[in-house]
Write a protein that binds this ligand. Sequence first.
Ligand SMILES: NC(=O)c1ccc[n+]([C@@H]2O[C@H](COP(=O)([O-])OP(=O)(O)OC[C@H]3O[C@@H](n4cnc5c(N)ncnc54)[C@H](OP(=O)(O)O)[C@@H]3O)[C@@H](O)[C@H]2O)c1
Length: 261
Amino acid sequence: MSRGLAVVTGASSGLGHAYARSLASRGHPLLVVARRADRLRELADEVAALHGTPTTTVVADLATPEGLAATRDAIDAWGAAPEVVVLNAGYGSRGRTWELDRDRESGMVRLNCVAVVDLGVHVLPAMVAARRGALVVVSSAAAWQPVPFMATYAATKAFELHWTEAVAEELRGTGVRALAVCPGPTRTEFTLSGGGSSTYPGIPFDDVDLVVRATWRALAAGRRRAPTGVVARGSMLASRLLPRGLVLRAAALTHRERDHA
Ligand SMILES: NC(=O)c1ccc[n+]([C@@H]2O[C@H](COP(=O)([O-])OP(=O)(O)OC[C@H]3O[C@@H](n4cnc5c(N)ncnc54)[C@H](OP(=O)(O)O)[C@@H]3O)[C@@H](O)[C@H]2O)c1
């Protein structure tokens, strides 16, 4: 059977870019979404040259109803159920919540939560009817516990984790799988701009390809959640074993900015 369409949101950089390249190398035609048209075009040219991959680029702001509608229309225009959908677009912020930009915080909820539900609910009926496929939602190791100084971000990631795990269970027996990927700190524009290794001294950063490989392994193993890397696995264990107050305090110490010390 030939490979079906792979949809990747947030494919213009970081993890989404790596997922798109990997899916192209596995023979999937691509539909990639982000706001930066030039980056999507470069990606399309690269995978066309490397693998002959046909790519549809959708330049859209997924925090808006218009961007979501444009993406849904582009997926429908393909004319068949997607085989792999990676809902990856997301961003975070750091600082005391009441000092952060209100629009940016609520936009984060629209992108990290509303867009995931909107696109997930849109693609799943056709995938279930086709009895094949995988929905991958990129959550985070921040989902295990509340994270002071990243309060909105961690809450959106917990939403993604719980939503995806619940949907995965609903999908049992349908031939379609759902997986929440929970990366630890990973080298991307996200961490370089908002809190890289200089902000978290001593914490190892994973490579995007490690996360992508772990995703395909977890899907093959039928998992519903995939902590990727040592930090993600260690923090999952800690959040299960340690008292909530202690976990919160440790998270605050790790994530506070220096002027909040
Ligand atoms: N890096 C880490 O340490 C880490 C750890 C755990 C989880 N994650 C998660 O991994 C995912 C990808 O992040 P990343 O680390 O790869 O960061 P990144 O390099 O900054 O990539 C974020 C992607 O999301 C897209 N995006 C942002 N806002 C958007 C919007 N309004 N509409 C459409 N696309 C938008 C960006 O494209 P445009 O700017 O072109 O729109 C970009 O392609 C996120 O969900 C993040 O929470 C990252």
